[in-house]
Design a protein around this ligand. Structure first.
Ligand code: OAD
Length: 252
């Protein structure tokens, strides 16, 4: 049984607004490697070397193929007990916003109502030139034919809708994450090493604004010294237990 305080359960049960920052660790139990883990076939590639616009322009087919491989991994994966518990926690609090660094779409698939995608979503693609969305099948067909995927409308290169190194985060997502952070009475930081900014600053800002902040992570993180409480357990165990405890408090 994961260990968390009565204070956390009370604060969640009484909260007007809850915000949850998630990272790769929440999807680890769905079989999706965390960001820095080796990735089978592609482990010889360093994400930092492929996930940038220069690498893409240099070798679009390679980068499109790598993202297609990663998209297929997430499409084959299923949301786990942690994703589902977060979606279900919504029934017990007035407002719950999920701010995610993940691009895997699993919070949406688990049924979370408000998902703020800071780093984009790998299931979407768009044309670099005309910005039109592109169907994944367009990418798949091109890769299978051994040519770069191009926009059927303007022939521009198609890229995944993810934030690459050196790129700005989507401003509307940052604005929504800021607003959710400042409204939050309770802030949970789940499955993130909390070393990448601006994501890592949200829990710290929430606490400065008076929120009760807890992290859920088997290991220490970049913000361990700055949270009220650390739950040292996998998200797939801690979040269902927390959901049950809050549910018992709000309905009992
Ligand atoms: P990381 O790979 O840096 O960290 C994953 C965290 O998950 C670690 O702290 C693990 O201890 C923890 N973890 C592992 N299994 C877990 C489990 N079952 N339950 C809970 N926690 C678990 O991933 P992120 O913090 O998401 O950005 O990385 C942030 C960003 O770094 C990524 O979004 C990516 C990368 O640069 C972009 O691509 C823009």
């Amino acid at each position: 049984m994961p260990d968390f305080s009565d204070t956390l359960v009370d604060r969640l049960a009484g909260a007007d607004a809850v915000a949850v920052l998630t990272g790769a660790g929440i999807s680890a139990e769905s079989g999706i490697p965390t960001f820095r883990d080796p990735d089978g076939l592609w482990e010889k590639f360093d994400p930092q070397e492929l996930a940038n616009v220069e690498a893409f322009l240099d070798n679009p087919e390679l980068v499109q193929g790598w993202y297609r491989h990663r998209r297929q991994l997430v499409e084959e994966a299923e949301p786990n007990a942690g994703h589902r518990a977060l979606a279900e926690l919504e029934a017990h609090v007035s407002e719950l916003s999920v701010i995610t660094q993940n691009v895997d779409d699993l919070h949406n698939r688990a049924g979370s109502g408000t998902v703020i995608e800071l780093h984009g979503n790998i299931t979407r693609n768009y044309c670099m030139d005309c910005d039109r969305p592109a169907e994944p099948e367009t990418v798949d067909a091109a890769i299978q034919d051994g040519r770069p995927a191009r926009c059927p409308e303007c022939d521009g290169l198609i890229r995944p809708d993810v934030v690459w190194f050196g790129e700005m985060l989507p401003p509307d997502a940052v604005e929504r994450a800021d607003a959710a952070t400042s409204r939050a009475d309770v802030f949970l930081s789940v499955g993130t090493s909390a070393v990448v900014y601006p994501a890592a600053q949200f829990p710290v800002e929430a606490r400065a604004g008076g929120a009760y902040v807890a992290e859920i992570n088997p290991d220490t993180t970049g913000i361990t010294d700055e949270v009220d409480e650390s739950i040292r357990a996998p998200a797939g165990e801690a979040l269902p237990a927390l959901r049950d405890a809050v549910s018992a408090r709000t309905t009992g």
